[in-house]
Design a protein around this ligand. Structure first.
Ligand code: HEM
Length: 344
């Protein structure tokens, strides 16, 4: 569950209090099995996760640019402390954004193996924060992973998604974690770009599989790069057959590859979503809640998305309907609350 909030607290002290209260709620929730005790003690827990294990619950909190400045106003006296790379995203060609699914002063990403546990965590944060925040938009998502092997989960196009992601500590340091070029309190944190991308399932699945594979640049069943056998085989952008590139010039993986984007890489950790039937067109509203983590969206997501929106063969099957960017401060040190150093 991903949710964005508008801050209603009037002062920086209110924001501080909210982050402290959310931090202690997060500790309790992630430890699990506390809801039973809270219920027994007559505390405010709503009880729907009573008896359930934590189900690998994780909570990730984000700060939006409007927290630091909105319409030119320094709302909480924090403008001078705004994370250096936290800027609103520019518009991209083909954007179909619904303002009701965009932006937010704060965000929380709740992940768990059990949807009931994830809902309970979000519900608890909403209640704990009810005097300081109002929910703005929320999106649920899901992913299934094969029990065996290290294969990546499939997106709703039926392809393995997430194969080529930075994974080693060195590449995470180089591309994902904030280093010395930003505020000291952001060091070890990251930036999240979220895009709700609806997929045109009809047009995609009317496309023959061989053509789908040319659009992506990988084989559908195995996830192997075109011309190779298995998912993690080397992807060779220079391979040619009969004088033609094996991976077409407008294939998604070619246009998104670091080799063709001055080395730009992102950590993609998205979720498939399904929101029922869109009353406007009578079709399934389904797609990808694209979530990417990076050191600086201005030099990573922005140029990459601009290029994909202009030239990627995949774009004709997509509609970007929601968008947000958040600074993700590092996890609090023991005894501290989330984002505490922002106020120090
Ligand atoms: C619904 C939309 C999208 C779908 C279905 C999709 C699907 C895929 C698939 C199947 C792969 C190949 C497997 C892998 O390496 O993970 C891939 C790779 C990739 N995608 Fe996407 N993608 C989408 C949107 C985006 C967006 C918006 C971006 C960035 C702005 C992006 C960036 C990348 C990158 C960087 C790679 C790795 C390319 C490489 O080095 O081979 N994708 N995507």
């Amino acid at each position: 569950v991903f949710a964005a909030f508008d801050l209603t607290a009037g002062t920086a002290a209110g924001l501080r209090g909210l982050l402290a209260a959310w931090s202690s709620a997060a500790d309790r929730l992630m430890a699990g099995n506390r809801s039973a005790r809270d219920v027994a003690e007559g505390r405010r827990d709503t009880g729907e996760a009573h008896d359930l294990p934590p189900a690998r619950l994780t909570l990730t909190f984000g700060l939006g640019s409007t927290l630091f400045e909105r319409d030119g106003a320094d709302r909480y006296g924090l403008r001078a402390r705004r994370p250096v790379a936290l800027r609103p995203l520019p518009p991209f060609p083909g954007d179909a954004l619904d303002p009701r699914r965009c932006d937010g002063d704060l965000a929380v990403q709740v992940c768990a193996d059990d949807a009931q546990v994830a809902f309970h965590a979000l519900h608890t944060l909403v209640r704990v924060g009810d005097r300081a925040v109002a929910a703005r938009w929320a999106q649920t998502g899901f992913l299934s992973r094969r029990a065996e092997g290290a294969a990546s989960p499939r997106d709703l196009f039926g392809f393995r998604d997430g194969t080529l992601n930075p994974r080693s500590p060195q590449s995470l340091d180089a591309h994902v974690w904030v280093g010395t070029g930003d505020r000291t309190w952001m060091r070890g944190g990251t930036y999240l770009v979220a895009r709700r991308i609806r997929v045109r399932l009809d047009s995609w699945h009317a496309t023959p599989v061989e053509q789908q594979e040319r659009v992506i640049g990988r084989h559908k069943v195995s996830g192997a790069p075109l011309g190779e056998r298995s998912e993690y085989d080397l992807r060779r952008l220079d391979a040619r057959r009969d004088g033609e590139p094996v991976i077409p010039a407008d294939a998604h993986v070619r246009l998104a590859a670091p080799e063709t984007n001055q080395g730009v890489r992102l950590l993609r950790r998205g979720y498939n979503y399904f929101d029922g039937v869109d009353p406007a067109d009578g079709r399934l509203d389904a797609g990808l809640l694209f979530l990417s983590f990076q050191q600086d969206p201005r030099r990573q997501f922005v140029p990459l998305q601009r290029r994909l929106a202009e030239s990627d063969a995949l774009s004709q099957h997509l509609a970007h309907t929601g968008s947000a960017v958040f600074a993700i401060p590092p996890a609090p040190a023991p005894g501290e609350f989330l984002g505490q150093r922002l106020f120090d």
